[in-house]
Each structure stands twice: as C-alpha cells, then as structure tokens.
Design a protein around this ligand. Structure first.
Ligand code: NAI
Ligand code: HPV
Length: 530
C-alpha cells in the first residue's frame, strides 16, 4: 500500500483516481508548519502540494520513503529540486491544467487596472458616487509587452490581439515563425521596456528572471505605463516599483503574487491607490483545480507503479514514441551496469553506452540513468540510487558519461554494450532483448555467452589448460554449491579463457579464495543479481 499525503487544498473530485486506487491510502492534512510536516513525512511514499507547502531540504531529509512529489499546478519554486534530485525523489507537475485560467486572471487584472475597477467598487459601496477620479484608458491600440511567451504568455497574447492591442514580446525559446503566426513582434526586453504601455510577465522565477524589472528598467519606461505580475513574486522588484509609481513613471500595477507569500499585512502595496492585488488567485478556478488534480493524481499513480508518466520536472522529458521504443532496454541497461560493477576493480572514471542495430538511429540518452543506476547502486547501495538521481550522482563523482550508436551489429540483433573505465582497468559487457525471451547478456568482453541476469554467476578468467574445469567443479561440489549451467570461451587454444558458471547459491568466500589459488586461474568474480 502506498501512502500519499495531500498537504495543500486540492480538488476532491480531481483526486478521485488516487483516492479510489486499491493500493493508495490518501491522507489530507493542510496548513502544516515545516516542523509538523517534518514530523510526519517519513511515513509517506507520495506528497501532493500546491504553492503553499514548502518542500525544504529539511523536509526531504526526513522523507525516508518518499518517491514522488506531485505539484498540482506549474511552479515548483516551493520545492527544493536539488535536494529532491539528490535523494532520488521524482518531482512532477501539471503544467497544462491552469494555463487558460491564469491567462484569464491576467486579463481580468489588466482590465481592472485600465478601468480602476477595484478602487471604483470600494468608493461606490462606501457611499460615494465618484465618476471623475476613475478616468481609465482603452486597451485598443496600446502596446502590450509580454515577457515569457510560454503556455500562459501565448494565451495572453492571443486574447490581447482580439482587443486590438499591439503585442511585442521576448522569450528565448519562441521561434520567429511561431511568433509571426501569433502576431507577436519579438524584440529584446530592453526595447520592450522603452515602448510598452502595458507589460505583463509570464516567466518562472529563476536567477535570470529575479528582478528582471527593477530600477534600471523602470527608468527607461514610458511615463504612464502599467505592469502586471501574475507569474511569480520577485520577477518585478517591489521596492523599485513603488519608487517608479511615486515618480509618475508607472501609472498602475496589478499583482497576484508577492516576493514573500503571504505578505505582511502592512505591505505597502495594500495601501497604494494605484496598485491592485489578489492573493495568488491565478490558478483558482473550479476548472483549473480539477484539471491539475486529475493530471497530477494520474501521474503519481503511474510513477509509483513504475509506469511511464509525463511532466517530470527533475528528469528529462522523453517523447512517448521514443519512450516506447526504449522501454524494453531499461532493465537490460541496469543489468549490464550491475554485472560490470561487480567484475571491475578501481574507482569508476568513465561509462560508455554503445548501441547498435535498430537502436542506432534513435536518441539513447534516456538509457543512461538506467546503466548508471546499475553501476552506482553496487557501489553506493541500492537505496541510495535511482533513475532520478543516477546522473546527478555520477556527475558529483566526476564520472564521464558517453553514448554512441552504430549500425554495425557484431552478433544477433539490437545490441547494447556498456563499457566501464576505472582507475585500474577497462571492461565491457554486451546484451540484447530477445523477442518472447527477454534480456540476455550475450558477450562478456570479447567472449560470447548466453546468460539471463538472475541469481549468482561465477566468472572465472583462466589459462586454457586441461583439468581446470574439473578442478573448479570439484571445489564447488565439495562446498555444496550446485552448478546450474556452465559456459566456456577462449580467444585461442592455450590462450586466455573464461568460464561462466550459473550457481544455485552464493559461493562462500573461502571457496572463492581456493579457486583463486589454482595456478592457472587468474581471477574469480561472483556476480549477484539478488
Ligand atoms: N498566479 C498563479 O496562480 C499562477 C502562476 N503561474 C506562473 O506563471 C509562469 C508561467 O507559466 P507557464 O506559461 O505555464 O510556463 P511556461 O514554462 O510554459 O512558460 C514560461 C516561459 O518563460 C520563458 N522564459 C524563461 N526565462 C525567460 C527570460 N529571462 N525572459 C523571457 N522569457 C523567459 C520560457 O522560455 C518559457 O517559454 C510560471 O512562473 C508559473 O509558475 C502559473 C500558473 C498559475
Ligand atoms: O501553478 C502555479 O504555478 C501557481 O502559481 C498556482 O499556485 P496554486 O496552486 O494556486 O497555489
């Protein structure tokens, strides 16, 4: 049974898939302090959050069983991604569910700003009939600068076009053709600052976007311009905005998000006549909340069941077609890595993954974490490594990772060779996946084999001499170790040879020592696939 904690208000309807799953036990506890979360998180396999719960390194430190954090929304700046990745916790989100809702909120804010709706409402309900203080501006014909043209920014631009606005924008990833199609003029953000009547920001908060609009940007803006932030607090410098308002550069600002949330009740925005605010309501519609809860529930179930899922934030996204093609090879890569780690001495320096045959013309990068997991889990302990943190752990240790593909096939079918260079030696193993049979190791170094990676395998390197096989059989037999299968290979008569024995139980240490002491035997390795 997987235990799931829902620590922020998330739609019950949207969570149904999780709450109805036979192997999921869902607990809802919202409004927890960091200490309270730390005290209970150790019992859970999954955590579902919105923006309120702060998943700090201390929370992750206490989350011994945690496998997945699902963010019912887009922004994951409340989750310490590095700490989650280091601990092998998948972080996934639901980026499509609240796009239109947040765009509509942005638009509502822009219109409210243009026509002073919140201020006019307050004075009217207070008894005044003040029509002269609230002279507004039209949106038609105004220049709207959109910084960040991702999902939400693009939707805002589409609606602004319908209002007759001129849209200029900046996003490092929006291609010119797509912008042309949407009627957006791409230009440098400095230029946008100079010419826009309205600016709206739709980027994540990163070190690049923090205070993307601050004193230097305000100083070049058109007098009387207006700004909107429905993305993240901190993208626009709050203190610099207040100065720009006082200097008459900015005529009005609409903020849904704040540098610190919730802000202090004395926050200067709350009393400023030309600033309108909402309490981070961008995603708060019935539709969006159901969408994100459905999406995140589905993905958390898939993730815990080890099935493919989309929208992992701390793992590379893999297109479905590629994922399906590679799916059969994940287990093989892990097995090859695991066997190599056990047959190699020295500190790992370089891992290469070489694919051939039908795998030659596809992107094999998604196989890398599986190979690394196999290798590193032997050295660092299986509970320390998973496919989320394997690459991170390898980089941390300065291990070089290489991939290559070739159409040449040395053996039977699509093959994967994993090569390991350590401070002492270089070894490699090759495997394949046979239709209807499954994963098989087909070469150990240059020696052909046909092995299923299970149980215990004894790998003996020796000189090709008469009597060795008998000696090995006798030493194992005397210690009660039964040989299930045996394969031998050699490079040339009397040259180097290998013996690969599948045995029914772990070989005692003294038997390995006795085998190693046989003069013609150069090396003995036991490989366990427990
Ligand atoms: N107020 C609220 O309740 C909500 C806020 N949001 C926030 O809105 C923001 C945008 O969300 P989406 O559009 O879904 O994300 P997205 O990932 O689709 O778009 C973000 C865009 O920002 C661009 N970008 C990154 N750095 C940039 C820079 N320095 N200058 C210009 N563009 C840059 C990226 O290339 C990307 O296209 C996020 O911060 C998200 O957390 C999202 C939903 C609700
Ligand atoms: O999805 C996002 O990035 C949001 O900011 C929405 O936040 P919320 O889920 O409403 O706390």
């Amino acid at each position: 049974m997987y235990k799931i904690l829902v620590s922020d208000p998330i739609s019950d309807y949207g969570l149904q898939q999780l709450t109805c799953a036979a192997d999921m036990a869902v607990t809802k506890k919202t409004g927890l302090s960091e200490e309270e979360l730390i005290s209970i998180i150790g019992a859970y396999d999954g955590l579902l959050v919105r923006s309120h719960t702060k998943v700090t390194p201390a929370v992750l430190e206490a989350a011994a069983r945690l496998k997945v954090i699902g963010r019912a929304g887009v922004g994951v700046d409340n989750i310490d991604l590095d700490a989650a990745t280091t601990r092998g916790v998948v972080v996934l989100n639901a980026p499509n569910g609240n796009t239109v809702t947040t765009c509509e909120h942005t638009f509502a804010m822009m219109m409210a700003l243009a026509r002073h709706i919140p201020q006019a409402y307050s004075t009217t309900v207070a008894g005044a009939w003040d029509r002269k203080s609230f002279l507004g501006v039209e949106l038609r014909g105004k220049i709207l600068g959109v910084l960040g043209l991702g999902r939400i920014g693009v939707e805002v631009a589409k609606r602004a076009a319908a209002f007759g606005m001129i849209i200029v924008g900046f996003d490092p990833f929006l291609p010119e053709e797509k912008a042309d199609e949407l009627g957006i003029r791409l230009m440098a953000s400095d230029e946008i600052m100079r010419i826009a009547d309205f600016i709206t920001v739709h980027t994540p908060l990163t070190s690049d976007t923090h205070h993307m609009i601050a004193k230097p940007q305000f100083s070049v803006m058109k007098r009387g311009m207006r700004v909107i932030n429905c993305a993240r607090g901190g993208i626009i410098d709050e203190a610099a905005l207040l100065e720009a308002l006082d200097e008459g550069i900015v005529a009005g600002a609409a903020f849904d998000v704040f540098e610190k949330e919730p802000p202090e009740p004395s926050h200067p925005f709350f009393t400023h006549p030309n600033i309108i605010v909402t309490p981070h309501l961008g995603a708060s519609t019935i539709e969006a909340q159901e969408n994100v809860a459905v999406a995140v529930s589905k993905q958390v179930i898939h993730c815990l069941h080890n099935e493919p899922f989309q929208h992992a934030v701390n793992m590379p996204a893999i297109p479905a077609e590629l994922r399906n093609k590679l799916q059969p090879y994940y287990g093989l890569c892990e097995q090859l890595g695991k066997s190599l780690a056990q047959m190699t001495d020295g500190a790992v320096r370089e891992v290469s993954i070489e694919c051939s045959g039908g795998l030659a013309d596809i992107d094999i990068a998604p196989l890398v974490p599986y190979a690394l997991k196999g290798i590193l889990s032997h050295h660092l302990g299986p509970e320390q490594i998973n496919v989320v943190n394997a690459l991170y752990r390898a980089k941390e240790r300065g291990i070089q990772v290489k991939t290559s593909t070739s159409f040449m096939i040395q053996g039977m079918t699509d093959e994967i060779t994993i090569r390991l260079k350590t401070t002492m030696e270089e070894r490699w193993v090759t495997g394949t996946v046979l239709a209807g049979v499954g994963e098989r190791l087909i070469r150990i170094g240059p020696y052909p084999v046909e092995l299923k990676a299970e149980g215990y395998i004894l790998l003996i390197s020796q000189l090709d001499q008469p009597g060795i096989i008998g000696r090995v059989g006798m030493l194992l037999g005397e210690s009660g170790v039964n040989i299930a299968t045996m394969q031998v290979g050699r490079t040339e008569i009397g040259g180097s040879a290998v013996m690969i024995l599948k045995v029914d139980k772990r070989v005692p240490g003294q038997v390995i020592d006795a085998l190693s002491a046989v003069p013609a035997i150069k090396r003995v390795r036991e490989i366990s696939f427990d």
